[in-house]
Design a protein. Structure first.
Length: 147
């Protein structure tokens, strides 16, 4: 991957992660309000949903920033984002709700790009893949040398 393409992939991954980190931090700072909002949407187990949302938003956001297990992380976050869109922004007669619904769907599109193409070369995933490839090459070289 070219250096400029690699930088763009990394920057895109950071931008996607930013909204989740910001949202998760907001939830941590206002637990009662967040749990009340979850309950007002009619979702079951607001306390459990609160902790799941924080785990996905903060944990997933950090993993995306690092580019670690990025494809699986982005897939979980995409599913979560669609679920949030359907659970919280389904009143399409309200223009604000409709906009938030499409914001979530757009975010899902960005996450699916990470699922499809990976984290890019500036990531822990790329570093691990490179390390495994180098170790495999070294092992093959040793096996050939022993013959």
């Amino acid at each position: 991957m070219k250096s400029s393409t690699s930088s763009i992939a990394t920057f895109g991954r950071l931008l996607i992660a930013a909204i989740f980190l910001f949202s998760g931090t907001g939830k941590i700072l206002a637990p009662a309000m967040t749990q009340g909002y979850i309950a007002s949407a009619g979702l079951p187990l607001p306390v459990a949903a609160y902790f799941i949302a924080i785990a996905i938003e903060i944990g997933g956001g950090i993993l995306l920033v690092l580019g670690f297990r990025a494809r699986w992380t982005a897939l979980v976050m995409a599913i979560f984002t669609v679920a949030a869109a359907l659970g919280f922004h389904h009143k399409f007669s309200d223009p604000d709700q409709l906009m938030h619904f499409f914001k979530n769907i757009s975010m899902t599109g960005g996450l699916l790009q990470v699922v499809a193409f990976g984290a890019g070369t500036l990531s822990i995933d790329a570093w691990l893949a490179s390390s495994i490839t180098q170790a495999s090459a070294a092992t093959r070289t040793e096996l050939v040398a022993e013959r």
